[in-house]
Design a protein around this ligand. Structure first.
Ligand code: ZN
Length: 501
């Protein structure tokens, strides 16, 4: 048995190394690769992906997992890392071998065509160019879900790929509570006098923006000996090992807040990645982490901490030093209200903290209708606009700012969107638990100190890698289930005060 585990570990170390090589190629493509490298890079990445898949789905891996069944047990102790290792390897092996090779190939082919078609369709703001591709992807996604299997709802099989163990009914329950309170709150805010954030759209020197972002990264504890920041068109985080975690940001001379809060968002993901113990890397114990848990860490730093008044008590004077021009005469109250301005807009990625979730409700509703064949792809633009009207009270003027705005569906990623809002909900549940255990945290934040909060998240959340799913971790950390209550109260208190409702 010891030999079987050793052999399994050797194979999986190679699988993981190939995955890391792919990730490095992908990071380079988004940051430094000249456009001329695209065609060859696509081939190189596909070759590594194929080798990784072949290595991991070889019959030998199945045989080793069979020999290790007894060692794994039925309900392994979370601290028994060998048993957890086998359990997670089995979950991924079964998932990888459940899908017929033909379906995997068809999906890869269809998504690569769909991504190009989506880009062209969005450019032309013409959904009809993308529709046949999306029809094909929906059909293949339904087939994929049938192969993966589910008990209650076909959407469960898809959700499980991004949010392990989560059920559609559970998301519906959490979202129903949110909708009931957030839709009217957004309506009330929209009718209140608007906050002025004009000074944030003045010119902010790009180099000074970068330098200020680096100051904050260092202060919150992003370890630059084990990480770095670069620039890319779409900010992201990727980790190659415990000792090498990369983030990217983008800087706009006339929109300081966009770049800064991207940096903080990715820094939250990066603290998570740097907090996962070295011995979990290159093992299935970090594969397929709950995206809701990951997003709880990025939203914690971006919004709960980064858009709080306390955070700026310390940082605003330092920001004013960097940008004395645009920020002359701006006091804490005016600044705090400006960075928390709420506006109903069409594009999800530009949305503020409050309206963001409403964009997710639109997508969650439509995805369930698509995979249950209750909505035809051809009718999607109309259905999209009706949902925008229902939740946000605004209707996009064209497909580009409506149904065509997100890349997710062109990648076949149906079931992904709900994890963003689950992350928002969890960010507040976890933060409130941290403050219950360490009431000094808010005061430390006011003084530019973040160690207590970072170490708490490290010990209670990061250290577990992918061992727990969102429900299990939340039970362990807070003693209760996923609960939208704290998040709703947080938003209501914050925005009633800002908009003087
Ligand atoms: Zn994120």
């Amino acid at each position: 048995m010891g030999d079987a585990l050793q052999r399994l570990r050797a194979i999986i170390a190679d699988v993981s190394a190939l995955g890391t090589a792919e990730a490095i190629l992908s990071w380079d493509q988004e940051t430094y690769m000249p456009p001329g490298g695209a065609e060859a890079r696509a081939r190189h990445r596909a070759a590594l992906a194929r080798l990784r898949h072949e290595l991991f789905t070889a019959p030998e891996v199945g045989e080793l997992l069979e020999q290790l069944r007894e060692r794994e047990g039925t309900d392994p102790d979370p601290e028994d890392l060998d048993a957890q290792y086998i359990r997670r390897a089995r979950i991924h092996y079964e998932r990888s071998t459940k899908l017929p090779a033909r379906l995997v190939q068809e999906l890869a082919h269809a998504t690569s065509l769909a991504k190009d078609a989506w880009r062209a369709a969005r450019q032309a703001s013409d959904f009809s160019q993308f529709a046949p591709h999306l029809e094909r992807l929906v059909a293949l996604t339904i087939e994929k879900a049938e192969h993966l299997g589910y008990r209650e709802h076909i959407y469960d099989a898809l959700l499980d790929l991004y949010e392990p163990g989560m059920k559609t009914a559970e998301v519906e329950r959490v979202f129903a509570g949110l909708k009931e309170r957030l839709v009217p709150l957004v309506q009330q805010v929209a009718e209140a006098p608007q906050v002025d954030d004009g000074f944030l759209k003045e010119h902010f020197d790009p180099q000074a923006q970068w330098d200020f972002g680096m100051d904050v990264l260092r202060a919150i504890g992003f370890d630059l000996h084990r990480g770095r920041q670069d620039q890319s068109a779409h900010p992201f985080t990727t980790s190659f090992s415990h000792g090498d975690v990369r983030i990217t940001t983008r800087i706009f001379p006339n929109d300081w807040a966009s770049g800064f809060f991207s940096t903080l968002h990715e820094a939250g993901h990066a603290l998570h990645a740097q907090g996962i113990p070295a011995e979990l890397y290159d093992t299935p114990l970090v594969w397929g982490k709950s995206l809701g848990i990951s997003e709880s860490q990025s939203r914690l730093w971006e919004n709960v901490v980064g858009r709080s008044r306390g955070f700026w008590e310390f940082w605003l004077p330092r920001l004013v030093q960097r940008f004395p021009g645009p920020l002359a005469g701006v006091d804490l109250d005016r600044f705090y209200r400006a960075i928390n301005r709420v506006e109903r807009t069409f594009i999800r990625t530009d949305a503020d903290e409050l309206t963001y979730n409403l964009h997710i409700f639109v997508r969650f509703d439509l995805e369930r209708l698509l995979v249950t064949r209750q909505l035809d792809v051809r009718d999607l633009p109309g259905a999209w606009n009706a949902k925008m009207q229902e939740y946000l009270g605004i209707v996009p003027r064209n497909d580009a700012e409506g149904v065509l705005q997100d890349i997710h569906w062109s990648m076949g990623a149906i079931g992904y969107f709900p994890t963003y809002t689950l992350g928002n909900v969890l960010s507040v549940q976890y933060y409130e638990q941290a403050v219950r255990e360490h009431p000094e945290i808010p005061d430390e934040i006011r003084h530019g100190k973040f160690d207590t909060l970072r170490i708490w998240t490290n010990q209670r959340i990061h250290r577990w890698g992918a061992i727990f799913n969102a429900a299990e971790l939340t039970q362990r950390v807070t003693g209760g289930p996923l609960d939208s209550g704290p998040y709703i109260r947080y938003l209501e208190e914050k925005y009633r005060e800002i908009y003087r409702l």
